[in-house]
Design a protein around this ligand. Structure first.
Ligand SMILES: Nc1ncnc2c1ncn2[C@@H]1O[C@H](COP(=O)(O)OP(=O)(O)OP(=O)(O)O)[C@@H](O)[C@H]1O
Ligand SMILES: [Mg+2]
Length: 443
């Protein structure tokens, strides 16, 4: 297919300019973006339109137009300048070429000559148009091979907290429930996107996604089970390509099985968040998932462990122990707070928005910062303000103890020293026997 060139034409005689415009339109290969009769306007117009070609009609005393060509050809190398005149003397042609014009258009226009010039203009444009950098948005896959661990809760809150154009896509195709988490009723799903994929443009894509906020759009699973069955790994691949060219992040809420859809998504992911809870069966199966992911050849840096519903009172495993258990990967501990979590889901209000300083939100924001979310500075400030408030509260508590100096109490009253996030820095004395055996099997 030949390339459609964009033109501005500048000349003091309106009829001449209109004649050139008509010939270009008749060629079917050019789109006229402006006809200018004031040479003074041409600079602003080129800046605004960035045309592939500018035709400057040379007057009987052509020095002002030649001066324009001289100046602009150097300033706008991606635009090809063409001098045009009824005076086709060798002198004028040479002077205009020396000023920086690449072609000379003889007036009145000869169709064959125009065709040859358009051909060369297309070639010029191909060589001089800077290649658009293809955007590669970051794909974050959120996965758990057990249902109910909080995959949707984590992925929805993470998607909000990234603070930059993001799509949250529900790939739990048979049991997706994304809309609930945001109190929205999406009209379209991934099935509609697939149906229109061949004629997709930004506008159509925008209309098929469900906007939640200026930075977040949702792509839910189909409500119709048959439509869900028709989605293939190839569709997932195409959809991800499409989305990551236009958005900074694509967050995937995955199903809990290693089916072809999940595998296609994991293949594309830049980061895989393995979500699990700290009960013995779930830890065991998370470790199994980890070894499957390793066998599938995924880079170890792309896999992050996210413990959900973590409570240091229930299980005496802190961050360092879990990090060792999961092969020294970065570990995120999202605290357990059922009332707060379930409330946010029931109201359809992501917690990182409705309760940004809750302990759950803080850890999800920490995760978002680690994944490069652009709300980084804001989130960092929030996190450190929160942690210093918490530290101050701890100190105040200790100071209230009889005869108490906070530091001494921390060491002498049987309080374990804690890191800023409250996890013990020393290995706990009493570990769950099963977890202990798992731990030593891996280390
Ligand atoms: N940090 C948390 N603290 C307390 N409760 C939580 C936490 N995270 C999630 N929950 C609760 O766990 C339940 C399951 O969460 P969610 O729907 O996100 O899990 P899922 O893994 O996506 O489940 P499904 O198998 O349905 O896909 C919800 O009721 C939610 O309120
Ligand atoms: Mg879910």
């Amino acid at each position: 297919m030949s390339q459609l060139l964009t033109f501005v034409i500048s000349g003091t005689e309106p009829d001449t300019v209109a004649g050139i415009g008509a010939a270009l339109a008749a060629s079917g290969r050019a789109r006229l973006v402006s006809e200018l009769h004031e040479p003074a306007q041409i600079h602003a117009e080129i800046v605004r339109q960035r045309p592939s070609t500018a035709i400057i009609v040379l007057s009987d005393s052509p020095e002002p137009e030649l001066a324009l060509i001289r100046q602009f050809a150097a300033e706008f190398p991606e635009t090809m300048f063409i001098g045009a005149s009824a005076d086709a003397s060798t002198d004028l042609i040479l002077t205009s070429l020396r000023a920086g014009a690449r072609e000379f258009l003889r007036l009145p226009i000869n169709t064959d000559e125009l065709e040859a010039i358009l051909q060369r203009a297309a070639e010029y444009s191909r060589l001089h148009t800077p290649a658009k950098p293809t955007k590669r948005g970051r794909v974050i896959a959120v996965f758990s091979n057990k249902g109910g661990c909080g995959t949707s809760f984590i992925s929805s809150n993470l998607a909000v907290s990234l603070g930059t154009p993001t799509v949250l896509m529900d790939l739990n195709l048979q049991a997706g429930d994304l809309g609930f988490f945001f109190h929205v009723e999406p009209k379209f799903s991934i099935a509609d996107l697939i149906e229109h994929q061949t004629r997709m443009d930004d506008e159509l894509l925008g209309s098929l996604l469900t906007p939640y906020s200026p930075n977040l759009s949702l792509l839910p699973a189909p409500t119709d089970v048959d439509a869900a069955v028709d989605v293939t790994a190839g569709h997932v691949l195409q959809t991800l390509e499409l989305l990551r060219e236009r958005y900074e992040y694509v967050v995937l809420d995955l199903a809990h099985t290693f089916d072809e859809i999940t595998l296609a998504a994991l293949d594309q992911a830049d980061d895989i968040l393995l979500v699990f809870t700290l009960d013995i069966m779930t830890v065991r199966s998370a470790l199994r998932v980890l070894s499957i992911l390793e066998r599938l050849g995924y880079a170890r840096e792309k896999i992050h462990a996210v413990v959900n519903r973590w409570s240091k009172n229930d299980v005496e495993l802190g961050r360092p122990q879990i990090e060792r258990l999961f092969g020294n990967r970065s570990v995120y501990l999202v605290p357990n707070d059922y009332r707060v979590a379930v409330n946010s889901i029931n109201l359809g209000q992501p917690l990182v928005e409705s309760r940004p300083t809750s302990a759950i939100s803080m850890e999800i924001m920490r995760l978002s910062v680690a994944l490069g979310g652009v709300a980084e500075e804001k989130a960092k400030a929030k996190i450190s303000a929160h942690l210093s408030r918490r530290a101050a509260l701890e100190v105040a508590k200790l100071d209230r103890l009889p005869g108490g100096n906070a530091n001494e109490k921390a060491e002498t009253n049987g309080h374990k020293k804690t890191e800023g996030d409250g996890s013990p820095t020393q290995p706990p004395e009493r570990w769950n026997k099963h977890l202990l055996s798992l731990f030593f099997r891996r280390s």
